[in-house]
Structure formats: structure tokens, C-alpha cells
Write a protein that binds this ligand. Structure first.
Ligand code: ADP
Ligand code: MG
Length: 475
């Protein structure tokens, strides 16, 4: 019997169903339709670009195994992204080829060769004739300059990156050190420079590596007794991009080897690009001689994006995903997630996922729920120390007074409030709260919480204390 798209896919599904949770199977595999089988390529239709990305990220391995079982080693998988027009009556954004037989649908075919998508850097040291080895750049093509939106917060870093990409090794920005907080685009910008250089100078050897992986490779090379090969490998690179360089702190051996590599590259006019979550002056446990080299070139900071940039980033993401979202929701997101672009993107993805699975429109209520989740998870937990400090300040006493054994009414109240908020805002047990607030036992803390509850419903002045303090603690 000859194979059809459907029969092949059904066999794949049977295999996949046996190997993943039934929830995951329902969510991610049931909605897929097999569309056609040509040669050894199976085309499957998925409901959205988000869906496709999710499959790629989480299930590409099992898909590969299943499909190879069915079609042999040359199997290929083609995704057809079907975008239904569910967001208002505007046409969804599409990048391509409407599928011929269904004119009311937009689709997008993505050809995915079933090979390892992000090949590990092959242990370069065991390959003889190292100079002829083609080095995989490890760059993510989606992290490019075009998708890296410009704003006040990143202007310097972005233009320095562009300058370096135009003339790698030929500007005074060597090394270029990009620093800034979590989720502000360091990794993206690092890749973008590499991608642009690869584009303009295909013959140049570009390598992106995280400091973490660099460290692992180094340790491995020491174990295997080929430290020199390791150094040699890195010295033949034209453009070296090392991400999260702060992770070298405290690792003397790795710093030492990096120092040698850096010097060699720099002396030979090769470009080095570094990222870090701290400015050089704030890096700790990094050798002075290395730190001073970090400062040779340019240090450019990525700051928190301003409101307009946040809006632009949201809209760009929506546009690329082919999703429409009402303006007020875009504004709501931009107003509520300010300090981390990754969180901003995460919230958008959740919103799209929720609305497309539940076939619901994206509403401000849904947005609020999702933002709450995001912001709550990532907000640092207030500590009991901090609570005691805020409460003492509020009542103009010091923390020692608040913790003291005195039975003076206003001090007792302050202490009880501190216990109440510790219970409310931290995950600490009653016993642990008691021991941190003046060595009391858990019964005392429980009593304090009840007292605060009672008083705030009977005493107006007291309720004001609770409200004021609540605000201060959640700011
Ligand atoms: P970091 O390495 O600083 O923690 P990333 O480079 O991983 O941050 O960025 C987090 C996310 O935010 C990525 O998905 C990235 O594409 C996105 N991002 C950051 N800056 C921008 C920007 N200026 N324009 C568009 N997307 C951005
Ligand atoms: Mg990063």
C-alpha cells in the first residue's frame, strides 16, 4: 500500500503520543493536519506562527525521530502556517504564498530541513588540519539589526555595533563591550553584529560563544590535555563575540586563557565583542589586566527602553507574528512592563497563546491577568528585613526599637504590622517570621496577624497605616 500524507502522519502521531504527556499531545499535535506528501517531504498545517515556533523549539527532535522512522533518513518536514482572520477584520499580515485551494486562508510554508538545528560547536580540537575547518558561527539569524529596534535607550550601543559590523577590527571600538541589565538586548545585539559581518564579509570567521560555554570548553581542554589547541582554535577567529563575560568572574584559569586569546586577536587587528550585565568598573573577581583591556575600546550601555521604544517593540513583534492587537492593550503592556524586553515579549506570547487556544479575543482583562503573572513572578520578593525597615521608618523609630521587648502600645503595633506584612508578602513560615522580628514564637506572629486584621476593620486610623504601608511595600 502506498503511503499517504495522512497515513504517514498518523503513524508519527501514534509514536509521538506514546512519548509525550497527553496534555502536550492534545495541545500541540491534535490541531495539526497532514496536508501532502511529496517525495520525502511531509507538509503539515499548523494554526499559527507561534504554534510553529513552539513545535520547533520543543518538539523538533521527536518529530524528526518519528518522521525518519516513517520516511527514512532523507525525510523532510514542511510547515504550512494557517492564519485565520480572528482579530478584527483587518487582513492578517502574511509573508507569502497563499495556499492555492483555500483562498480565505493565509498560509506560510516554512521549509525545515530535519537536521540538527543548532549544531553544537564541534569539538574543534580533535579535527586535524584545523585551519581548514569551517567554523560554524553559532549565530541566530533572527537576531539581526533589522529586528533590533532603535531607541534612545540603545542608540549608542546600536550605532557602535553597526560601525563595528562595517569595519570589523578597523574602528577604535575594539573591544566593543555592550553592557546592561537582564533582557535589554545584549545577546540580540551581539548576534546582530555577527550576522551583519557574515553578510558583508562572508569570508571572515565569526564566532559567537557564551562565556559559560567558553569556560566549559576550556575546562574540557584542560582535562583532555589540549589547552594549546583550544587557544589556537580561538586565535584563528576574525570576529569573536563572547556573551555574558561577567561569568568569567572568579575563574582565574579561564580568565588567563581568555587574556591570551584576546591579546592575540587584538594585536592582529581582529574584532572582539563582549557583553556583560555590569559595567567594567562594577565587575568583581575579574583580573585587573583583563579589566583594563575591556576598557580599551568602547563600553556602550543598553538602558531601559522608554515608552515609545516599548510600544515600537511590541508592535514589531505583533507584526512579525501576524497578530492584531487593540491599541489600548498595546499601551497597557507598554505601561506595565518597563524594565525587561524579554518579559514584554513573554507577555505578548502568552497573550497570543491564550487567545488563540481558547479562541478568545485579546482583551484588556486577559492582558491584566497575564501582566500580573509576569510581574509577580519576576518582582523580587520583599525581605523581612526590608519590611521591618519600612515599618520602622513609617513610625519614625529604629528597627531595634521595633524588635525590643517593650509593651508600649505604638511599638507593639508597629511590630505587629511588620509581622502581618511579613506573612502577607513573603513565603516565610510563622516561626521564621517570629525569629526574625525580635525573637518571638509562631503563636505571637499568628496573634499579630489576627490583631491587625481586626484592627483594620474596626479602627480607621489603623486601616490607614495598613494601606500606607501596603503601598510602600509594593512599589
Ligand atoms: P539580554 O541578553 O540583555 O538579557 P536579549 O538580547 O536576550 O537580552 O533580549 C531579550 C529579548 O528582547 C530578545 O528576544 C530580544 O530580541 C528582545 N529585544 C531586546 N532589545 C530589542 C530591541 N531593541 N528591539 C527588538 N527586540 C529587542
Ligand atoms: Mg543575554
Amino acid at each position: 500500500m502506498s503511503k499517504t500524507a495522512e497515513s504517514v502522519w498518523n503513524n508519527c502521531l501514534a509514536f509521538i503520543e506514546d512519548n509525550i504527556s497527553s496534555q502536550a499531545y492534545k495541545t500541540w499535535f491534535e490541531p495539526i493536519k497532514a496536508v501532502k506528501l511529496t517525495d520525502n517531504a511531509l507538509s503539515i498545517q499548523v494554526p499559527s506562527k507561534f504554534f510553529y515556533e513552539w513545535l520547533e523549539e520543543h518538539y523538533v527532535k521527536i518529530l524528526k525521530v518519528a518522521l525518519t522512522k516513517e520516511l527514512g533518513a532523507t525525510a523532510k518536514l514542511v510547515y504550512i502556517i494557517r492564519m485565520e482572520n480572528t482579530y478584527g477584520n483587518k487582513q492578517p499580515f502574511t509573508e507569502k504564498i497563499p495556499s492555492a485551494n483555500r483562498s480565505n486562508l493565509q498560509s506560510q510554508e516554512v521549509d525545515v530541513p530535519l537536521k540538527n538545528k543548532s549544531p553544537e560547536l564541534k569539538n574543534p580540537f580533535v579535527i586535524p588540519g584545523i585551519r581548514n575547518v569551517k567554523i560554524e558561527s553559532q549565530l541566530n539569524p533572527n537576531y539581526n539589526f533589522e529586528s533590533f529596534l532603535e531607541g534612545e535607550s540603545n542608540r549608542l550601543a546600536r550605532s557602535a555595533g553597526l560601525a563595528v559590523a562595517n569595519k570589523p577590527g578597523g574602528t577604535s571600538f575594539n573591544p566593543l563591550l555592550i553592557f546592561g541589565g537582564v533582557g535589554l538586548g545584549k545577546t540580540h545585539l551581539g548576534h546582530a553584529i555577527g550576522v551583519d559581518i557574515k553578510d558583508k564579509y562572508p569570508e571572515k570567521t565569526v564566532l559567537y560563544i557564551s562565556a559559560e560555554k567558553f569556560t566549559q570548553q576550556y575546562i574540557e581542554s584542560v582535562k583532555k590535555n589540549n589547552r594549546n589547541d583550544f587557544i589556537h582554535f580561538y586565535q584563528i577567529i576574525d570576529v569573536l563575540i563572547v556573551d555574558d563575560i561577567q561569568l568569567l568572574s572568579g575563574k582565574a584559569g579561564t580568565q588567563d586563557v581568555f587574556f591570551h586569546i584576546f591579546n592575540h586577536l587584538h594585536q592582529n587587528g581582529k574584532q572582539v565583542i563582549l557583553t556583560s550585565d555590569k559595567a567594567p568598573v562594577d565587575m568583581i573577581d575579574i583580573e585587573q589586566r583583563l579589566l583594563s583591556r575591556f576598557k580599551w575600546g568602547l563600553s556602550a550601555e543598553l538602558n531601559h527602553p522608554d515608552y515609545d521604544t516599548r510600544v515600537a517593540i511590541i508592535k514589531n513583534k505583533l507584526y512579525r507574528d501576524g497578530v492584531e492587537m487593540p491599541e489600548d492593550i498595546v499601551e497597557f503592556l507598554a505601561n506595565n512592563i518597563k524594565t525587561n524586553i524579554r518579559e514584554l515579549e513573554g507577555a505578548i506570547i502568552s497573550l497570543i497563546a491564550h487567545s488563540s487556544f481558547n479562541k478568545k479575543e485579546i482583551t484588556i482583562d486577559l492582558a491584566r491577568k497575564i501582566v500580573d503573572n509576569y510581574v509577580k513572578h519576576t518582582k523580587r520578593e520583599v525581605s523581612i528585613d526590608y519590611i521591618q525597615k519600612v515599618v520602622s521608618d513609617y513610625f519614625q523609630m529604629d528597627v531595634d526599637t521595633l524588635q525590643s521587648k517593650t509593651r508600649k502600645r505604638h511599638i507593639v503595633q508597629a511590630r505587629q504590622l511588620a509581622m502581618f506584612f511579613a506573612k502577607k508578602f513573603t513565603k516565610a513560615s510563622l516561626a521564621s517570621i517570629g525569629s526574625q522580628i525580635g525573637q518571638r514564637d509562631h503563636a505571637t506572629v499568628l496573634h499579630a496577624c489576627k490583631t491587625v486584621d481586626n484592627l483594620s476593620s474596626t479602627d480607621k486610623q489603623f486601616r490607614k497605616y495598613v494601606e500606607d504601608l501596603s503601598k510602600k511595600l509594593t512599589l
